[in-house]
Design a protein around this ligand. Structure first.
Ligand SMILES: [Fe+2]
Length: 222
């Protein structure tokens, strides 16, 4: 297992961030060819597209994608929609890869587990609520467990359409977990319900516990 993923502070033009695991390491849940395509083709297309968008407004190339998404409403009209969609696709995938790791039986521990239990009743109840929200989401999008530092570190499940970002919400969230609800993610499983059941075995709760602690300590974990 490679090192803990670090916060990303790269400014544009953005690079496709490397994965912290090998392309075959998520098998048999996600096979190597599927992961290669998702990272090297789908994610890379968003990186290329947002970089192309920012060439129209090069003054924004010096910002991280997280900064642009946090300030989305203040961006010029001629790039806002493209940054939301293409930049959001880049940032959401970047976040998604960070929370995945080779298949294993894992569950939250420590303060994160306590917060999940306090908010949702139990880890099992949380997973059921998350899956229900993801299944109820219509169309392409992403599901999140977000954390709201300015609202008492409240945990909140939400889904966003297309390439929406938790960073662009009225109260931006660092996000704790994210799940890709696009058809390109669920199709290899035969549908979203089967993908969601398989997803849990890839979620790296050790890393998410670190994110949780980092948010509480005021460190950036974006
Ligand atoms: Fe995706």
């Amino acid at each position: 297992m490679s090192a803990m993923p670090q916060p990303t502070h790269a400014v544009g033009p953005y690079d496709l961030p490397p994965l912290r695991f090998g392309y075959g390491d998520l098998a048999p849940v996600i096979d190597e060819a599927t992961l290669r395509h998702h990272h090297l083709v789908v994610h890379k297309a968003y990186v290329d597209a947002v970089n192309a968008t920012l060439t129209r407004r090069p003054e924004f190339l010096g910002k991280t994608i997280e900064t642009l998404l946090r300030g989305l409403k203040d961006l010029p009209d001629d790039i806002r929609a493209d940054v939301r969609e293409q930049g959001g696709g880049h940032a959401d995938h970047q976040f998604f890869w960070k929370i995945l790791s080779p298949p294993a039986e894992r569950r939250p521990a420590g303060p994160l587990a306590a917060a999940i239990d306090a908010t949702f009743g139990s880890f099992e109840a949380f997973k059921a609520r998350f899956e229900a929200a993801a299944l109820a989401h219509e169309g392409q999008g992403w599901a999140f467990l977000s954390i709201l530092p300015k609202s008492g570190f409240t945990l909140k499940i939400l889904t966003l359409p297309d390439n929406g970002s938790v960073l662009s919400q009225p109260e931006p969230s660092p996000g704790l977990i994210i799940c890709d609800l696009w058809d390109h993610a669920s199709a290899p499983f035969g549908g979203r319900a089967a993908w969601l059941r398989a997803y849990w075995s890839l979620v790296d709760w050790d890393y998410i516990g670190e994110r949780f602690t980092g948010v509480h300590e005021g460190r950036s974990h974006l």
